[in-house]
Unconditional design. Structure first.
Lengths: 168, 168
C-alpha cells in the first residue's frame, strides 16, 4: 500500500487487504513454531507446537484457495502486528531462566498469536458473508475453529500442569 | 530486560513482566483510542471508542493497584505486540478511501487490540491464581470481562450495520 495513495476503496479491497495480512502472518508463524517447539521442555507442549505447525501449513494452503476462489492474486502484505507478537515472544523467552517458567511463557506467547488470528479470521468470515461469498466464509471459518481449539488446548495444558510446575 | 542477562527467574518474575507489558499496552491504547474516535464516522462507533477510552484509563489505574497489592514498582516495559497492532491499524486506516469502509476497518483494528488484551489478561488471571494471589486475580478478571464485553459490542455493531453499509 502506498504512503500517499488510498488503495482501499471498497469493502472487497479491505477484505483482500486483510487476507494478504493474515497470509503473511501465517507464513511467519510457520517459521516461529519450530523455534517454539525447540524451546519447549514439556513433551506434550513441544508436540502441540509441532501439530499446530502442520495445521498452520494447511491454513496457508487454505488461504491460497480463498485467493483463487476470489479471483485474486496470492499475495502477502507486511503485518506489523504478528511481527510484534513474535518479537515479544522471543524477547521474553530469551529472558527466562527456568525451564518450567519458560514453558508457561511459551504458552502465553502462543495464545497471544492465536488470539490475533481469532480476531482476524472472525472479521474475515463476517466480511466474506457480507460480500455474499459464503464459499470463502466457510473455508475461513474452518481455520477460525482450529485456532479457537488450539487456544483452548493451550489453556488446558497451562492450567492442568504447566503453570503448577512453573510456580512450584 | 537485558540482552545478555536472563532476568525472569521465577513465575512471579514472569507475572510481573507480563503486568509491565500490559501496563505499557493500556497506556498506548489511551493515546490511540482518541485518534480512532476522530476517524470514525458512525456516531455510535465514535461514542463506543470514547467510552472505551474512559474504561481503559480506569484499567490503567487498576493495574497500578495490582502492582501496589503485589508490592512491586509500577513500571512499563516495551510491548512490540501492541505497537505492531496500533501501527497496522493506523496504516490500514490511512489507506481507506470510503468512510463506511473505514468504519469497518476501525472495528477490525479495535478487535485485534481487544483480543491481544483478552489473551494477556486471561493469562495474568491464571498466573495470579497459581501464585496464590486471588486478590490480584479478581481485579484483573474485572478488566478481562470488560475487554470481552467491548469485543462483543464491536461484533454486534459490525454485523448489525457497519459491514452492511461498507459493502453497499
Amino acid at each position: 500500500m502506498g504512503l500517499f495513495t488510498r488503495d482501499i476503496k471498497t469493502m472487497n479491497d479491505l477484505f483482500l487487504h486483510q487476507l494478504q495480512d493474515i497470509y503473511y502472518a501465517e507464513q511467519q508463524l510457520t517459521k516461529a513454531l519450530p523455534r517454539m517447539a525447540d524451546k519447549a521442555t514439556d513433551p506434550q507442549l513441544k508436540q502441540s507446537f509441532l501439530t499446530h505447525l502442520e495445521e498452520t501449513k494447511n491454513q496457508v494452503q487454505r488461504l491460497q484457495q480463498v485467493f483463487k476462489m476470489h479471483g485474486a492474486e496470492i499475495k502477502a502484505v507486511d503485518c506489523p502486528a504478528i511481527d510484534g507478537i513474535i518479537e515479544e515472544a522471543e524477547d521474553t523467552a530469551g529472558d527466562v531462566d527456568d525451564k518450567a517458567v519458560l514453558d508457561a511463557a511459551l504458552i502465553s506467547a502462543a495464545q497471544a498469536a492465536e488470539h490475533y488470528e481469532i480476531s482476524r479470521y472472525g472479521t474475515l468470515v463476517a466480511w466474506a458473508k457480507q460480500l455474499g461469498r459464503n464459499d470463502c466464509a466457510n473455508l475461513l471459518a474452518k481455520t477460525l475453529e482450529e485456532e479457537k481449539a488450539t487456544d483452548q488446548k493451550l489453556t488446558s495444558m497451562a492450567e492442568s500442569k504447566v503453570n503448577l510446575r512453573a510456580a512450584s
